[in-house]
Each structure stands twice: as C-alpha cells, then as structure tokens.
Ligand binder design. Structure first.
Ligand code: FES
Length: 107
C-alpha cells in the first residue's frame, strides 16, 4: 500500500497506508486526520480539502484540472504553486511516500 504523510500547520505529522485508488482526502477522513474538512465529499465543489504538495512530488502529482483550478482560486488559504484539492489526488504505488501539508484555513 502506498504511504502518504500529512503535515499539519503546527508541524505534527501523520503517515498512513492508503488504499490504492483512494484519494488523499478519503485516506485522511477515514483515519481522522484533522484539517481536511471535505464538505462536499470529494465532488471538487468546496475547496475544504486544500493541501500543498511537497515539491519533490509536485511533478508526479501533476497540475489541477480546470474545475479544480477554479476552486483553488476561492480556497480559504491562499493557493501556492503546489496547491491541490486532496480529493482529486488518487493514491497509487507511484505516489508512495507522498507528503502533503494541510492548508491552515479550510473554511
Ligand atoms: S472535498 Fe470538496 S473539493 Fe475536495
């Protein structure tokens, strides 16, 4: 199972095994990781699952699609170069070791 590490704004880290095909958001919510609100349940319609992808994984994770890009413009925390909505990142073995920082404000 690919591993994903979440870093809270206060620096606390949580590393989890993700099920192949689950999103980074789903993995967080299922395991009670705080800071991922996910109001819309993964429909790319709320921007409350905002994360900053670690630079080392940015190329592998890729760019947001057009809808996600629009949603990120309205996210509660200002977007950064590697901002993504975690419901739109599906885990797979290629992303093993992924590190994401949770945005400080989600709503
Ligand atoms: S959970 Fe709503 S946009 Fe990701």
């Amino acid at each position: 199972m690919p591993k994903v590490t979440y870093i809270q704004p206060d620096g606390v880290e949580t590393t989890l095994d993700a099920r192949d095909g689950d999103s980074v958001m789903e993995t967080a919510v299922k395991n009670g990781v705080r800071g991922i609100v996910a109001e819309c349940g993964g429909a790319c319609a709320c921007a409350t699952c905002h994360v900053f992808v670690d630079d080392a994984f940015a190329a592998k994770v890729g760019e947001p699609g057009p809808l996600e890009d629009d949603m990120l413009d309205g996210a509660a925390s200002d977007r950064q170069a590697t901002s993504r909505l975690s419901c739109q990142i599906k885990m797979n073995d290629d992303l093993d070791g992924l590190i994401v920082r949770i945005a400080p404000e989600q709503v």
